[in-house]
Each structure stands twice: as C-alpha cells, then as structure tokens.
Write a new protein. Structure first.
Ligand code: ACO
Length: 344
C-alpha cells in the first residue's frame, strides 16, 4: 500500500529571545510561576515589522529543500497551517510559493490552531496516498507575537514565533502516516479565540479599545479539556494500532503546557525520556510545535521508529497520529548555515 512518509524536515526560528526575566519587567509575573505552571523559560520573537508568518514559513521551506537536496519547482502542493496568516487573503501558501519559487505547486492555508499541523499532515497525506501528487510540503507557522496581548499576564507568557515544515513523499514498504484520529468541537470556541478582525467583528475603534484583536484564552477551562482530550486521543490511537508504551519510540506532543504533556505520557505508559519536549526553549508556537520537535529530534530518529503525534487547540480541535518514521536522521546532510546557528 502507498503511504505518505515524512522524508525531510526544516525549520526557522527568529533570533530574538523573550525570557521570563524580560516578562517580569512587562507584567506582574515571575520566573518561578511560569516555569512550574507551564515549563517555559524563553520564547523566540520575530521583531521585524515588515515580516509576517510567510517569511518564517518560507525560510523553513528553504531549509527543508536544502536538507532534502531538491529544488522548489519539484514541490506539488504547499499546505500552511496557521492562525496568524500575513493577511486574510491571499493565502500564506501563495506568498510562500512565490518566495521560494515553487513554480509547479498549488496550495492553501489551513486553520486549526494548535492542531493545525496534524490536520495539515493528514490532509497532505491523502494527496500522496491517492497517487495524485509526489511531493507535498506541510508547514506549521505562527507569528503569535502579532496577536498576543503583552499586558495580559495569563497569555503573554505562553506564546512564541516559529515555523517548521515536513515533506511528504510516497513510501511503499510500511513507513509513513499509518493512522490519524481527528476531532473538532465548536462548543468550546469562546474559551480560546480572537474575536476581532473577521466578518463578525470587523476592525473598528471599539474592537481595538476592547482588545478584540488579541488572542483570548480562559486558561483553566482549556487546561481541563486539553489534558483529557490529548490523553484520550493518544491512548485511542495506540489501542487501535495495537501499540504499548514499549512500542512507541517517541511521543511528539503539541507544546502548550508541560503539565498537559506529562499527563498524556503517563496515560500512554511511556517514560519522560521518550517525550519530545522543547517548550522550555520556544514556548507555544501553535502550528509549529510538532514539526519543530521533529526537526530538533531528527538526528535521533531511525527508520521504523514508531511516533505518536498529539495536539489540542482552539476550536476546539484535537487529534493524534501514528507515524512510522521513514529514514535515519543521522544520515541527513545539515546545511552549513544551520550548523553555524546550532553552534552559535
Ligand atoms: N504569573 C503569575 N500569576 C499568574 C499568571 C502569571 N503569568 N497568570 C495567571 N496567574 C494567576 C491567576 O491570576 C490565578 O490567580 P488567583 O488564583 O489569585 O485567581 C492563578 O495564577 C492561577 O491561574 P490559573 O489560570 O488557574 O493557572 P493555571 O494553573 O491554569 O495555568 C495556564 C494557566 C498556563 C494558561 C494553563 O491554564 C494552561 O496551560 N491552559 C491550557 C493551554 C492550552 O492547552 N491551550 C490550547 C492550545 S493554545 C492554541 O490553540 C492557540
């Protein structure tokens, strides 16, 4: 059977770091509270006013193309998962297509908040499995600093900016995306949303005064459903694929809160050394967290490794996917620029 396998990863992180100490100077919070409640120490922020999400997404795509050793005109489809598009339209995917010169691609944006990458991965896989396309680029990218209220201590400590990407290609020998379980429940929309700017509440002086162009989150309410949702769906995907904790090489969780991740790992019966965790360095980068983990852990990954990807986000949206990794990460020739960045 033809599966869609991840055959390359790429990423982009802005240079500027926003630390807990910086936030202590901006709102009534402290490093200890942030670390113990969320696990976050710092996040990256894209400061340049003239750069939006498409800039980061294109940089991540270029990194991926270099690692895979292919050119942009070989890409068939570009899917950008984001809740912070450069603008309503054109789609961020169009801007990325133009920036990287993917002259043969079509594509679109996908809005599913923190589950965006999982939804994009599943959607992209269908184009490959059906035989319609050979190379599908799935990018998770969010400039969360553009919609974060830096006077609201309950949300501004959480989010960061980043982009990361994977390439999906056909695989005939059992690796790739093997299963996915995805859900939405709009009943919870008010607990995590950005009310202003759309067709319901177009921008006015009033929407600005009421701070409706910033992300709003009822943290405690979302926490409760996120813990349950992510743990349940991860357990479900393991059960229906006959996986035990021992069979799973890594849990690749959306990075919203370390306590949610720990609870999911406990429920799956897997130890902390098998959990990809980089929330301390980047915070919650919404659609970028899962591919960013795959990028950071790529050198450790081996062909045949069983991964469970899981996410919960605004909407509500949530899901889990079972991926059998398709290549040895240690064999990837990392571009020189990326080596310098990691060492510097
Ligand atoms: N510093 C210090 N104190 C704070 C801060 C802060 N930054 N923020 C809130 N507090 C206070 C609150 O005011 C409250 O004080 P009170 O008890 O006197 O009222 C107390 O700390 C506890 O507040 P809670 O909101 O109950 O804190 P909680 O332990 O729930 O942690 C958090 C908050 C981190 C936001 C957590 O609820 C969470 O992670 N929620 C889920 C996030 C998530 O998964 N979102 C989905 C993905 S995001 C997306 O889709 C875009």
């Amino acid at each position: 059977m033809r599966h869609a396998a991840i055959t390359a990863v790429g990423h982009f992180l802005p240079d500027e770091r926003l630390t807990n100490a910086d936030l202590e100077r901006m709102v009534d919070t402290n490093d200890e509270w942030i670390r113990t409640r969320t696990g976050i120490r710092e996040r990256r922020i894209l400061r340049d006013d003239d750069k939006g999400t498409s800039y980061m997404a294109a940089r991540a795509a270029q990194d991926l193309l270099e690692r895979r050793g292919i050119t942009a005109d070989e890409i068939d489809v570009i899917i950008v998962a984001t809740v912070t598009p450069d603008m309503f339209f054109p789609a961020t995917a169009c801007l990325v297509q133009n920036a990287i010169g993917a002259s043969n691609a079509w594509g679109f944006d996908l809005s599913a908040a923190c589950s965006g990458f999982l939804f994009g991965l599943t959607t992209g896989a269908r184009f490959v499995e059906s035989g319609q396309h050979e190379k599908v680029l799935v990018i998770g990218a969010d400039k969360m600093s553009a919609i974060t209220d830096y006077t609201d201590r309950s949300t501004c400590i959480l989010f960061g900016d980043a982009a990361a990407a994977v390439l999906l290609e056909p695989e005939e020998s059992g690796c790739g995306l093997l299963d996915a379980a995805l859900h939405i429940d709009g009943d919870g929309w008010e607990a995590l949303c950005m009310r202003g700017g759309g067709s319901l509440n177009p921008p006015t002086y009033e929407t600005i005064d009421k701070r409706m162009h910033f992300l709003h989150q009822e943290g405690r309410a979302v926490f409760r459903v996120a813990v349950q949702g992510m743990a349940d769906i991860s357990a479900e995907i393991m059960e229906r694929n006959g996986l035990t904790g021992d069979d799973v090489r890594y849990l690749v969780p959306h990075q919203a809160n370390q306590r949610i991740i720990d609870a999911t790992a406990r429920r799956m019966g897997i130890s902390s050394d098998k959990v990809m965790l980089n929330i301390d360095r980047y915070g919650n980068t919404t659609a970028a967290t899962i591919p960013l983990c795959l990028h950071d852990w790529e050198p450790e990954l081996r062909r045949g490794d069983n991964l469970v990807l899981a996410a919960f986000g605004g909407g509500f949206t949530w899901g889990a996917a079972y991926v059998k990794w398709a290549y040895d990460g240690s064999d990837v020739a990392v571009p020189q620029e990326a080596v310098a960045e990691a060492e510097g």
